[in-house]
Design a binder for this molecule. Structure first.
Ligand code: CMC
Length: 427
């Protein structure tokens, strides 16, 4: 493969180095292009811009491949746990038995949030969106632990990462409990990461309460499938904030805000709202799909910037959906609507031409509904799952000796220079 590309502009030719990754992805390095030619590159929405070189996650959108640190997502979903996968993403390797035990011990040690932090939840209105609470409380966490998770804290990084992973679960569950007027639960030391999350969400102090293993396994798999996805909107946001040398908590708090929108992590909620709408109106699925096309609107849970064949996470979740619902003996009419919607859309030239397939959010909500997770918490579960990826990306920014502050350029298209107009003359 050629290691240089050439660009001719205004009669001059410029040689641009080509960078090739371990999976043979090639990129033209334009870092010196402006200095040499005065040109910048323009790529609205960063659809074809590599913002970094990363060792964490590989995606081949044409082939439907997703790997964390080289491991296929299908194998991680089948054999791994969220805690192991988090360790893999953060450190680069799967833990051995000793390392796993130590990491679990760290997660256990740091699972409580500061007692004073519990009062902060009282300041939010009962119907405050849990993603707003999560973002605010992650920044608050940084105030309670100012010494950790700074760029200079590398020797203790794993402990900092464990603190955040452990506490995000407690914060997420506390926001739900407060919204329901329920007492905030304390975590248990004898439960797995995900079982403990379920306990924090749902158990009452006055009744015996054991998490259902099928539900715990399904939620754990959802966390694994969401754990990283290279330079998506929220992860890029985390890296952007990290590049200014902001601390880990501030960076992931920004990531939560980016994730919140319905085109990103909020899509899982929007899918259920869409399916419920179809059901409530008694609408036929073909009629709904026709309406989406006529309005040039979005079928939520469909389409992806990178996957132009299928989203491998969606395949795994769809199979899990059938399995979980039948194990729990649940018949969810929204699953029938979702399956018909998928079938109709995948046969329709509009979706075929645009290479639109179900994405990770299309079926994940059905599993979360089966686990009794309230709708407003769906994006929060996405955020808990994505936390290891954000942490790994934050660390990668800080460990890069050549790291610079992220600072894209623009093409200015506003008014050209004009004299200031005095107030009296403005009409
Ligand atoms: N339903 C109908 N049409 C769509 C959809 C959709 N879900 N997504 C894209 N299109 C159309 C779009 O209207 C455009 O058509 P045209 O060329 O005629 O103007 C074409 O497909 C290309 O769309 P785009 O906006 O250039 O695609 P994008 O890469 O910028 O957007 C996306 C990617 C995920 C934001 C988009 O597909 C979308 O809005 N999907 C629905 C929301 C969703 O499910 N988001 C979750 C994404 S996966 C999890 C995550 O990463 O958060």
């Amino acid at each position: 493969m050629a290691d240089k590309a050439t660009l001719t502009y205004n009669g001059k030719t410029y040689e641009l180095p080509v960078v090739v990754g371990t999976e043979n992805e090639a990129a033209i390095d334009i870092q010196h292009l402006r200095a040499e030619s005065g040109l910048i590159t323009l790529d609205d929405g960063y659809a074809n811009t590599g913002s970094c070189i990363s060792n964490i996650t590989f995606i081949d959108g044409e082939q439907g491949i997703l790997r964390y640190r080289g491991y296929p997502i299908e194998e991680l979903a089948e054999y791994s746990t969220f805690v192991e996968t988090a360790y893999l993403l953060i450190t680069g390797e799967l833990p051995n038995a000793r390392q796993l035990a130590e990491f679990k011990a760290l997660l256990n040690e740091h699972q409580f949030i500061h007692e004073n932090m519990r009062h902060h939840f009282e300041g939010f209105p009962a119907d405050a969106p849990p993603m707003a609470i999560l973002s605010a409380m992650l920044n608050t966490l940084g105030c309670f632990e100012p010494a950790v998770a700074r760029p200079s804290d590398e020797p203790n990084f794993l402990a900092s990462a464990a603190r955040l992973l452990s506490k995000v679960r407690a914060i997420a569950a506390a926001s739900y409990r407060k919204s329901m007027g329920l007492p905030i639960n304390y975590p248990r030391f004898d439960l797995s990461y995900t079982a403990n999350f379920w306990h924090l969400m749902f158990c009452m102090p006055n009744a015996p309460c054991e998490p259902d293993p099928d539900i715990v396994r399904a939620l754990d798999m959802i966390f694994i499938l969401h754990a990283d996805h290279e330079q998506n909107c929220s992860t890029s946001t985390v890296r952007m904030v990290a590049s200014s040398q902001a601390n880990l908590y501030a960076s992931v708090a920004a990531g939560v805000c980016a994730l919140w929108g319905p085109l990103h992590g909020g899509a899982n909620m929007a899918v259920i709202e869409m399916l419920e709408g179809i059901r409530a109106r008694g609408e036929s699925v073909p009629a709904f799909v026709a309406k989406v096309k006529d309005a040039h609107a979005r079928l939520m849970g469909f389409g992806h910037r990178v996957y132009k064949n299928f989203d491998p996470r969606a395949k795994i979740i769809k199979q899990a959906c059938d399995r979980v619902l039948s194990r729990l003996g649940i018949r969810d009419p929204l699953l029938d609507i979702a399956m018909e919607l998928e079938e109709v859309a995948l046969r329709d030239p509009y979706f075929i031409e645009r290479k639109l397939y179900p994405n990770v959010d299309f079926y994940s909500g059905i599993i979360m509904r089966a686990a009794k997770i309230p709708l407003s918490m769906f994006p929060v579960l996405f955020a808990i799952g994505r936390m290891p990826g954000w942490i790994a990306n934050w660390r990668e920014v800080h460990l890069n000796p050549k790291a610079r502050i992220y600072r894209p350029r623009q093409v200015y298209n506003g008014p050209t220079k004009r004299p200031y107009t005095m107030l009296a003359a403005r009409g």
